[in-house]
Design a protein around this ligand. Sequence first.
Ligand code: TIU
Length: 228
Amino acid sequence: MRRSQIPAEPFPFEVDFARTALVIIDMQRDFLEPGGFGASLGNDVSRLRSAVGPCSAMLEGARAAGLLVIHTREGHRPDLADAPPAKVLRGPPEKRIGACGPMGRILVRGEPGHEIVPELAPIAGEPVIDKPGKGAFYQTDLDLVLRNRGVETLLVAGVTTEVCVHTTVREANDRGYRCLVLSDACASYFPEFHAVGLAMIAAQGGIFGWVSTTGEVLAALSAAERAA
Ligand code: TIU
């Protein structure tokens, strides 16, 4: 496939879709549904729903075009051996990581709350990266998976904009990946942090990456497929 250009901030983004992966960060029930980790931190989880439709459209477009799709999930081993005490020992005991909630143990792998929301469920062939931290590169094999597939560019979506999306984009940028963040396919419990988080990525000439929308990326992807 030829190189495409996507309208973006701070300037148009050049991309070779053959060397691009869609990375969907932590669209888990634990963050999007009542009774999970996000809610245990005192957040209004309904604020994240806006990202589901755009993520779904981007997922469909990426699958149709044959792009590598990677899903991530934040969570811990059932024995919590990989959960730093500094992360666990926060808030009242009944709301901590590992405590039992309506979707099972909070932020624990294998529990219903740890699953990706059904609208965005991974299909066979799509790597799922389980990560113990905020960044998707920290203590995972994401870098290895991307290198094995010759990926140089990441289309990044998911939640939350200023926490796991931002941390992952910063990690990716330091590792030499070019990141385009899909503004409408990301969301935060804090609309002001979402806006500022995106602005921070594109500021200073694209200090961490580029920002665009699902519609712009899908239009460029369709045009590239027609031209192929
Ligand atoms: N609390 C919050 O905004 N986010 C997280 O704890 N993890 C992710 O962003 N996935």
